[in-house]
Design a protein around this ligand. Structure first.
Ligand code: G
Ligand code: G
Ligand code: MN
Ligand code: NA
Length: 249
C-alpha cells in the first residue's frame, strides 16, 4: 500500500512529531499534557493521526511508530518542570504484537522520566478485549507507578463492566457529551452519573473537548475533576509547552 510506504519513510525520516494539549484540574492548574501525534509531510503539511493511524495499525507499523511515540513523549516530558505528567495514546494493536511492557519500561529508562509521570490512554478496543493478558499488562504498568486512563468513555460499546475488570486511574468522558451539555439535560445527567460512579471508585474524571466557558461552568457542578479542550489550548508543538504553562498560570 502506498500510504504504508510513505509512513515508513516518514518515521525513518524524522517527519513525525508530537503536539501537546494541557490537562487541568478544576482549580485551573495544569497537571500534565496529552501527546498527540502529527506527521509533518513536506507535501501535505501537517497531517493528523485520524488520516493514518488505521493504515499504521493494519500494516503493523503502529508497533515501531508507537514505540517512537512512547520514547519521544517520555524524553520530552522529562525536561518539563515539576511533576507534570504526559499522557500517551495506545492502540489496541500494541497490546497484541510486540512486548508492550518492555517498550514502556525501556522508554522510561532511556528518558529517566519517573513512572509516576507517565499515563497511558487506552481505547475501548483494548477494553473490549479485557483479556487476562490485557488486564495483567495493565496491572504490571500500575505496579511500576504508571497510570491508566480509559479514553472516549461513553461511546461505542463501552460498558460499566470494564470499570470493574480493568485496573484504571482515570476515565475520559467522550467529548460528544461535553459538546451537548448546553442543549441536552440527558448529556448533563449522564456526565453527572458517570462522574459520581468514577469518583466513588477513586478515579480521576476527565472531561475532554471543553470549548466554552459555559461548558466549563456546567462541568464544575457535575463532579468532573480534570478538563481539557480548546478553551484552554489546542494541541501545540513541544516547543510551546513553556508558553502554554505561562499563559495558563
Ligand atoms: O490528535 P487528534 O488531534 O487529531 O487525534 C485524533 C485521534 O488520534 C485521537 O483519537 C487520538 O487518540 C489518536 N491519536 C493521537 N496521537 C496518537 C498516538 O500517538 N497513538 C495512537 N495510537 N493514537 C493517537
Ligand atoms: O481520542 P482522543 O481523546 O485521544 O483525541 C483527542 C482529539 O481531540 C484530538 O484530535 C484533539 O485534536 C481533539 N481535541 C482537543 N481539544 C478539542 C476540543 O476542544 N474540541 C474538539 N472538538 N476536539 C478537540
Ligand atoms: Mn486520548
Ligand atoms: Na478521547
Amino acid at each position: 500500500r502506498d500510504m504504508e510506504a510513505e509512513l515508513r519513510r516518514a518515521l525513518a525520516g524524522g517527519e513525525m512529531e508530537l503536539f501537546y494539549q494541557p490537562q487541568l484540574s478544576m482549580a485551573g492548574q495544569v497537571t500534565g499534557f496529552e501527546a498527540l501525534l502529527r506527521w509533518r509531510d513536506p507535501r501535505r503539511g501537517l497531517v493528523a493521526p485520524g488520516e493514518f493511524i488505521a493504515v499504521a495499525e493494519e500494516s503493523g507499523l503502529i508497533l515501531p511508530l508507537g514505540e517512537w511515540v512512547l520514547r519521544t513523549a517520555c524524553a520530552e516530558a522529562a525536561s518539563w518542570p515539576g511533576g507534570l505528567h504526559v499522557a500517551v495514546n495506545l492502540s489496541a494493536v500494541q497490546f497484541r504484537g510486540g512486548d508492550l511492557h518492555a517498550v514502556v519500561t525501556e522508554a522510561l529508562r532511556l528518558s529517566g522520566l519517573p513512572a509516576g509521570r507517565l499515563q497511558l490512554e487506552i481505547t475501548e478496543a483494548v477494553a473490549l478485549e479485557a483479556s487476562d493478558q490485557v488486564v495483567s499488562t495493565l496491572q504490571r504498568f500500575r505496579a511500576l507507578g504508571v497510570r491508566i486512563a480509559l479514553d472516549d468513555f461513553g461511546t461505542g460499546y463501552s460498558s460499566i463492566a470494564y470499570l470493574r475488570k480493568l485496573p484504571l486511574d482515570k476515565i475520559k468522558i467522550d467529548r460528544s457529551f461535553v459538546r451537548d451539555l448546553a442543549e441536552s439535560e440527558s448529556a448533563a445527567a449522564i456526565v453527572r452519573a458517570i462522574s459520581t460512579l468514577g469518583t466513588t471508585l477513586g478515579l480521576t474524571m476527565n472531561a475532554e473537548g471543553v470549548e466554552s466557558a459555559a461548558q466549563l461552568e456546567r462541568l464544575r457542578g457535575l463532579g468532573c475533576t480534570e478538563v481539557q479542550g480548546v478553551l484552554f489550548s489546542p494541541p501545540r508543538p513541544r516547543g510551546e509547552v513553556p508558553a502554554m504553562l505561562r499563559e495558563l498560570s
